[in-house]
Design a protein around this ligand. Structure first.
Ligand code: SF4
Length: 409
């Protein structure tokens, strides 16, 4: 050919994959650069939707890599573990860190008693992994309980129980702050990605975060306190598992504040997707399973605990609780319509006990940053702000079966 006659031997190439080390995992996410095709979806989501920029491109041309922007690895970067990068990654170069094998190992250990609790957002989403997709989703809590018992869990509880506790505590704290005017506005603190965001970017506002543990945090501490006696097992042999829509909950469960006497309150966190994998590995036909009831004492709940899974749910539940303390008679439909909707920032004024409260409901951390900047610049004043990192709240968490619309408005 012409090229050969001219002595040019660089018109063809055979791609040789350069193997990168795989030691890039965190408590929540695993990064495998060997699968990365440099599409940049993760980089764009992290920067443009979450306003973090924990991952970025390095080098040009064939040496390009997607890598953490800060520090040597994701663990020491500013990653908040929301996992949305893994959710948009088309090749599996970023994935939630699986704890499935650790849970199977605990379940097969005769010395251990293994208990489990499911988050509000899991009961609606798990059906999507097994074709149970009604117009408004399918509530599958009863089937989940039966499946978990069949896998060998000793007790099956509902995180909505501790979500109710979070509501009551958070409402009490809000009433107290309204009375003394300290550290206002009150931010919700049940999203661990948002909590890490405040810690690293706005440490002067940590006091504004509600001091209440998240529903997972509350459940873990109660379970580790009461269940060893109920199950007659040494506390070292009690294994507490939670099933969440969320990758950041894996990070939260490892926080030193959520431990006692050297034991973490939550031992393992499974995402909804990991739980679906366990159902498949068990050979259970989920769609055909009969429903059964949660175990007591942490198996009952109110509707307030269940709506935690959706953006606006925490606000609605807390406001209902606060209003019930004032004996106000309210038109509930009118009062709480504003919490629903799909916009990333929703605001409203609510009358409680003759006082007008300004509320904001936010999802997406870029939206949260905007709200915080407005507060700092004295452009806005609020009394209560709910923040969730994921699109639409936990229902759009990175551990859920993939949802069609990943946008944040
Ligand atoms: Fe986890 Fe929910 Fe926060 Fe997403 S919004 S990071 S699912 S707690």
């Amino acid at each position: 050919t012409l090229a050969r006659r001219l002595g040019i031997d660089t018109i063809r190439f055979r791609p040789v994959l350069k193997k990168e080390p795989k030691d890039l995992s965190t408590h929540a996410l695993v990064r495998d650069p060997n699968k990365c095709v440099l599409c940049g979806d993760c980089v764009r989501f992290c920067e443009e939707v979450q306003s973090i920029g924990a991952i970025d491109f390095a080098n040009r041309g064939p040496n390009s890599v997607v890598c953490p922007s800060f520090g040597k690895d994701l663990e020491s970067s500013e990653c908040v573990y929301c996992g949305q990068c893994a959710r948009v990654c088309p090749t599996g170069a970023l994935t939630p860190k699986s704890e499935v094998s650790l849970v199977w190992k605990a379940l097969s250990d005769p010395k251990k008693k293994v208990i489990v609790a499911i988050a509000p957002a899991v009961r609606a989403a798990i059906g999507e992994a097994f074709g149970l997709v009604g117009e408004n989703g399918t509530e599958a809590a009863g089937k989940i309980v039966t499946a978990l018992r069949a896998m060998g869990f000793d007790k099956v509880f509902d995180i909505s129980f501790s979500a109710d506790m979070t509501i009551v505590e958070e409402a009490n704290e809000f009433v107290e702050r309204l009375g003394n005017g300290k550290s206002m506005p009150q931010f919700t603190s049940c999203c661990p990605a948002w909590v890490k965001f405040v810690e690293q970017y706005y440490p002067d506002m940590i006091e504004n975060l509600s001091s209440c543990r998240s529903p997972q945090g509350m459940f873990g501490s109660i379970a580790k306190k009461i269940m060893p006696d109920i199950l007659e097992v040494p506390k070292e042999d009690l294994v507490v598992v939670s099933i969440m829509p969320c990758t950041a909950k894996k990070f939260e469960a490892r926080r030193s504040e959520l431990s006692k006497d050297g034991l973490q309150d939550i031992d393992y966190v499974l995402t909804t997707q990991e739980f679906a994998r366990m159902i498949e590995e068990s050979g259970l036909r989920f769609a055909e399973i009969e429903a059964s009831a949660f175990d007591m004492p942490m198996g009952f709940k109110t509707g307030g605990g269940v709506i935690f899974g959706n953006s606006g749910g925490v606000t609605e539940a807390v406001l209902r609780n606060v209003i019930s303390k004032t004996n106000d008679s309210v038109d509930e439909t009118e009062q709480f319509n504003f919490v629903r909707g799909e916009d990333g920032i929703r605001e409203a004024k609510v009358n409680v006990g003759g006082k007008e409260l300004k509320i904001a409901i936010v999802y997406g951390l870029k939206n949260a940053r905007q709200i915080v900047r407005d507060i700092k610049a004295d452009k806005s004043r609020y009394d209560f702000i709910e923040v969730m990192a994921c699109p639409g709240g936990c229902i759009g968490g990175a551990g859920q079966p993939v949802y069609k619309d990943l946008s944040v408005r």
